[in-house]
Design a protein around this ligand. Structure first.
Ligand SMILES: [Mg+2]
Length: 102
């Protein structure tokens, strides 16, 4: 989690004019669209593979990271870091209680 917050801090310093909610929401959707494009490439549908060759794990991971950072930017903007951590902990505990994970 901390590394994602560091990436948010760096990004907000690098691009200080893009931190309004609608800009963050737009970038999140843009990055999710790029994840979808990578999935399309991996699944070999459309012309992606003909145009771009074999899919790359690094390219998919890069788009996933960019999407996650955009989500974390929203968490930072609304100061819900603690609530996000609590939500994750509750979800993990619920899954443990249900015997789904150790
Ligand atoms: Mg991207």
């Amino acid at each position: 989690m901390e590394r994602f917050y560091k990436m948010v801090e760096a990004s907000n310093k690098r691009f200080p004019n893009g931190v309004e909610p609608f800009q963050m929401a737009t970038r999140l959707l843009e990055e999710c669209g790029e994840v979808a494009a990578e999935i399309n490439h991996w699944q070999g549908s459309g012309l992606k593979r003909q145009k771009r060759g074999e899919p790359s794990k690094e390219a998919l991971a890069n788009e996933l990271r960019q999407s996650i950072v955009e989500l974390f930017k929203i968490a930072v903007y609304y100061s819900v870091e603690k609530e996000l951590e609590d939500s994750i902990n509750q979800s993990i505990q619920r899954s443990k209680d249900e015997g789904l994970i150790d």
